[in-house]
Design a protein around this ligand. Structure first.
Ligand SMILES: Nc1ncnc2c1ncn2[C@@H]1O[C@H](COP(=O)(O)OP(=O)(O)OP(=O)(O)O)[C@@H](O)[C@H]1O
Ligand SMILES: [Mg+2]
Length: 449
């Protein structure tokens, strides 16, 4: 197990003997303990650091516990408070509970009882945190999938993943769109000692600078107009786990500076906050951009690049691992046949051959989409060339043998036009006919250009 952050407790009581006995007892229980002798001192402390729990005496000379509680709930609502009150002053305890205290203990109290109360509280706090990450986790589980592949390139990648998973070093994953970068990042996490803690992904390209900042660092209530509640950031949520910074090449120059600092210290403050927070996360970043090029164009900081690029994984494009295509196609076929309840269970050799020859600019994602569509539109138990969006029958296939010459020409022109995005001059070049002839044929076959 990874070392978890020690729970820290602030004891606030004007009586020295109480402070001392609680301090000693709770330290024996394994907590990090600090003490304050009055309300103003306690409030000064919470400005400086975050406490998980506060044990707070109700009756104190300079400022009573209820006033301290109110202030604390304003400034740091996440600190859980246990009130300490004398017998006979139970109405104070009740009022404190209404104001958001978690529990109260009646003085003189049993130290065993104190231990139990704190233990329960810690469990509850852990639970609240887990709930927060639960949504993220469910998404992870339902989306997580085995990495499929058997080509030499992908087998080498699997080996590297297994190696890298054992270390805590920062990883930069690069590769074209749809190659499986996110899947690789998840695989590193699930094979790492951090696997029982959350995998928190954030798509840095999907937010404006301002939103990204509050997503990453969290924000305090009132930090900006829409900040109605205090919100934990992804950095905090990723504590003891893995933080996946997707599309890291899209981060603004200003945010790059902030991010660099956090990666170096693991310390940060929420937007609108002053309290330094600490989180123990492992970073995996991904991008489809060429960051070295971005450094040359001065849109990406070199120091951040070096910080991220400790271990570099390149996921090869699908066209460079053709050997994986049949396996991946079968994998997606099973998935979508099950999902749609259609009885499709094989891919014809001709369709497979076409898939092997196709370039797959959208890589595995495009293959996945093609199979999904084929399962939906196809008739019969087998996927045929005609079911594939980019395909038209190649020579020698059974379907081809039954086509007229005109039909073959029509399909071929349509295909080339689609590939050239309707650009007539380019399509004419590929077809090696002049533009006038191409216009004529488009008209003849009723093709949209
Ligand atoms: N080796 C693989 N085995 C099984 N499924 C895969 C594999 N690689 C990718 N996929 C699937 O392909 C799709 C795209 O993968 P992923 O989202 O990881 O790609 P990406 O590189 O992050 O893409 P982008 O750059 O567009 O964000 C996902 O549905 C994923 O499950
Ligand atoms: Mg991705």
């Amino acid at each position: 197990m990874l070392p978890h952050k020690k729970i820290n407790i602030l004891i606030v009581d004007d009586e020295l003997s109480i402070r001392e006995s609680l301090d000693g007892w709770l330290q024996q229980d394994g907590y990090e303990v600090e003490t304050a002798e009055d309300g103003p001192t306690a409030l000064a402390r919470i400005q400086e650091r975050h406490y998980d729990i506060m044990l707070l005496d109700v009756k104190m000379p300079k400022m009573d516990g209820i006033t301290v509680l109110k202030e604390l709930k304003e400034k740091n609502p996440e600190t859980a408070v246990v009130m300490m009150t004398a017998h006979g002053a139970i109405q104070d305890a009740v009022e404190a509970m209404k104001l958001g205290a978690y529990d109260y203990l009646l003085k003189p109290f049993d130290l065993e009882e104190l231990s139990l109360t704190i233990e329960k509280l810690v469990q509850m706090q852990t639970l609240a945190m887990e709930n927060l990450i639960l949504k993220e986790r469910v998404a992870t589980i339902t989306r997580s999938d085995n990495l499929v592949g058997q080509s030499p390139a992908i087998l080498k990648l699997f080996e590297t993943i297994a190696d890298v998973a054992q270390s805590d070093a920062t990883v930069l994953i690069t590769g074209e769109t749809g190659t499986g970068k996110e899947l690789v990042a998840r695989a590193i996490h699930t094979n790492s000692p951090r696997c029982y803690s959350p995998f928190i992904a954030i798509n840095c390209g999907a937010f404006t600078e301002h939103l990204l900042e509050s997503e990453l660092f969290g924000h305090e209530k009132g930090a900006f107009t829409d900040a109605k509640y205090t919100k934990k950031g992804r950095l905090e949520m990723a504590n003891a786990g893995t933080l996946f910074l997707d599309e890291v090449g899209d981060i603004s120059m200003k945010m790059q500076i902030d991010l660099l600092r956090v990666l170096e210290t693991h310390e940060f403050t929420r937007v609108g906050g002053t309290m330094p927070l600490h989180s123990d996360f492992r970073v995996i970043a991904a991008t489809h951009q060429d960051l070295k090029e971005s450094i040359r164009n001065r849109t990406f900081r070199q120091d951040l690049f070096y910080r991220l690029n400790v271990i570099h994984l390149e996921v090869p494009p699908l066209r460079e691992r053709v050997g994986d295509i049949p396996l991946l196609a079968q994998h997606f076929l099973r998935r979508y046949a099950t999902e749609t309840g259609k009885k499709v269970d094989s891919i014809s050799p001709e369709a497979l051959e076409l898939m092997r020859r196709y370039e797959w600019p959208g890589n595995v994602r495009e293959l996945e989409n093609a199979i999904e569509r084929a399962v939906v539109v196809g008739k019969g138990r087998q996927i045929k060339p005609g079911d594939l969006p980019f395909c038209y029958p190649g020579t020698g296939t059974e379907e081809m043998r039954n086509l007229s010459l005109e039909e073959v020409e029509r399909r071929h022109i349509a295909q080339v036009l689609a590939a050239e995005s309707g650009h007539i001059s380019n399509a004419a070049k590929v077809l090696r006919i002049n533009r006038t002839t191409l216009y004529y044929k488009i008209k003849k076959y009723g093709l949209a250009s």
